[in-house]
Design a binder for this molecule. Structure first.
Ligand SMILES: Cc1cc2nc3c(=O)[nH]c(=O)nc-3n(C[C@H](O)[C@H](O)[C@H](O)COP(=O)(O)OP(=O)(O)OC[C@H]3O[C@@H](n4cnc5c(N)ncnc54)[C@H](O)[C@@H]3O)c2cc1C
Length: 510
């Protein structure tokens, strides 16, 4: 049995929502994955009279396509067994192929339908990757809505040789018509923008000035926008990627009053709450300059300029790079930042984790369960991680910890083959042969674009007072991009609320 009783009970409800008959066309052999796949599709067929299974031959074995009976194939193929994080992708594919309306904005549906040409997408995923389902579901949706688009999800663990031959070392990795298209989490809007089919930015140029314009759509920005809009003033939010770091977070257990949630789920509620108040949400837009004239002008990378009486900057933070030779060259070719996502691609291999703080040690413990060996490299003479994590780390047989060392270079040819470091006490250089490097040395605030405009600390954090005001009147800031002592979701939300109230106070006095 491929599915456990709980999942079957939930699935039965979803299958009751199928709007037409579905044919699963299966290409299977005698291998273990094929047997598992046949078990899964037979179980699905056994649960709904609307689902039938046909044997066929597809480009990859084992794989199966999801199609609506009586019309041309949808173009959706699962190569590997879509359980784990991809189970939801399978359920959504069944429902959407059957004709159930997807939960996306009509403007996005229209953009997808308007795309002309042949687009053959393939996405390499791992079943433990929490970033992958978004990409799989976005590409499946595009396949359902546009007959020129097809998508095959490929489980890298089931198609290891193909993943290696195509040099896939990070998931999700997406290929379009055989060429590398992109990697990492991508929303359907981001994929459309990459295809040159994004929303028309000329309309941004003609927007009326805002009372409060929020830059950044993470917890701080969302909270600031809600607080501002609830004052009945014209509020806008510009975000490169709505949700910010929360989109990269698996389990959240410290969002007070919610015992457990997951990043994408929290982001969906945030967006729904923001939209409830009629906030003008401008996604996939990156601010690049801010200038105070009569109004505050914010120039976007698209060239459009937005104007507002007050601005709240909540641009958060991003992974810190180590900045050594090889890091940029081998990104996604052995250099990785997300152990949950990319760890399975290094099964049986030797990897290094750079950074001995909580995130580095958590990553090392996590990876030790998958890879052959983990070497932790820490710059300081001692690890900074909590004692409990260190105790767990040192109990593992396949982990080596090297302290007081400075990473010098990540080496490789077409992919990573080693790392060199300097022993800080002796100055001696050492080299380790390995296949992967996970960088876990913290975060850096997204404030470079404000360097000459607003006071920042030496770490690049925006300096704010207790009202969230920065050194430039009318410009407020909140969340991880500021000099707040701690960086957490709930703290960012609180500071977003403070900045909105501070900005509102500023508006009524100026
Ligand atoms: C892996 C991971 C796990 C975590 N787990 C937890 C946890 O369990 N609990 C917890 O409380 N905290 C956790 N955190 C920390 C928490 O996610 C952050 O403190 C919080 O997201 C900060 O919110 P923010 O709104 O300030 O910034 P961010 O979440 O970083 O959001 C920044 C926003 O600004 C946008 N942006 C950036 N630059 C620009 C620009 N120039 N123009 C326009 N938009 C821009 C981004 O696209 C994004 O929308 C975790 C962080 C990570 C990375």
């Amino acid at each position: 049995m491929a599915l456990d009783a709980d999942i079957k009970a939930q699935l039965a409800q979803y299958l009751g929502l199928l709007e037409s008959d579905i044919v699963l066309k299966v290409s299977a052999g005698a291998d273990e994955t094929s047997v598992g796949m046949l078990e899964l599709v037979d179980e699905l067929a056994g649960m709904s009279s609307r689902i039938t299974v046909e044997r066929t031959e597809l480009a990859r074995t084992p794989s199966f396509s999801v199609n609506r009976a009586g019309i041309p194939d949808s173009g959706i193929v699962f190569a590997g067994i879509p359980l784990g994080h991809e189970f939801t992708s399978l359920v959504l594919a069944l429902l959407q192929v059957s004709g159930r309306a997807p939960k996306v904005e009509q403007a996005v549906i229209d953009q997808i339908k308007d795309i002309r040409g042949e687009y053959r997408f393939e996405s390499f995923i791992s079943l433990s990757c929490h970033n992958c389902p978004d990409v799989v579901q976005a590409l499946n949706l595009m396949s359902v809505l546009n007959p020129g688009i097809s998508h095959t999800m490929i489980d890298g663990a089931a198609f290891k040789a193909e993943a290696e031959s195509r040099e896939v070392m990070a998931v999700p990795s997406v290929f379009l018509n055989g060429e590398f298209f992109g990697s990492g989490r991508m929303t359907v809007e981001e994929i459309l923008a990459k295809l040159g089919s994004g929303p028309d930015t000329s309309e941004l140029e003609n927007k009326e000035p805002f009372d409060i314009l929020v830059i950044g759509g993470g917890p701080a920005g969302s909270s600031a926008a809600i607080y501002a809009a609830r004052k009945g003033i014209r509020t806008g939010i510009v975000a490169e990627r709505f949700g910010g770091q929360v989109m990269d977070t698996v389990g959240i257990e410290n969002f007070i009053s919610v015992k457990y949630t997951e990043g994408p789920k929290l982001v969906a509620s945030l967006e729904e709450h923001v939209k409830e108040y009629g906030v003008d949400v401008m996604k996939l837009q990156r601010a690049k300059r801010l200038e105070k004239k009569e109004l505050i002008e914010v120039e976007l990378e698209s060239g459009a300029v937005l104007r507002s009486k007050a601005v709240i900057v909540s641009t958060g933070a991003r992974w810190r790079n180590i900045g050594v030779p090889g890091e940029a060259e081998f990104k996604n070719k052995g250099v990785a930042y997300c152990p949950h996502c990319d760890g399975p691609l290094f099964t049986g291999k030797h990897v290094a984790v750079i950074g001995g703080g909580n995130s580095g040690i958590e990553a090392a413990i996590d990876l030790a369960g998958i890879v052959k060996h983990v070497t932790v490299l820490e710059f300081m003479p001692e690890l900074k991680a909590d004692a409990v994590l260190q105790k767990r780390l040192y109990s593992l047989p396949n982990v080596t910890v090297i302290k007081n060392v400075q990473t010098k270079e990540i080496t490789g040819t077409d992919k990573v083959n080693g790392i060199s470091y300097i022993e800080r006490d002796t100055g001696a250089e050492q080299q380790i042969t390995l296949e992967g490097v996970f960088v876990q040395i913290g975060l850096v605030p997204n404030t470079d674009w404000l360097a000459d405009t607003v006071e920042r600390t030496r770490f690049g954090e925006l300096v704010v007072d207790r009202h969230g005001a920065t050194s430039l009147p009318g410009v407020f800031a909140a969340g991880d991009c500021t000099n707040s002592a701690y960086k957490q979701i709930i703290i960012s939300m609180g500071s977003g609320a403070t900045a909105a109230l501070g900005a509102f106070d500023y508006l009524i006095r100026n």
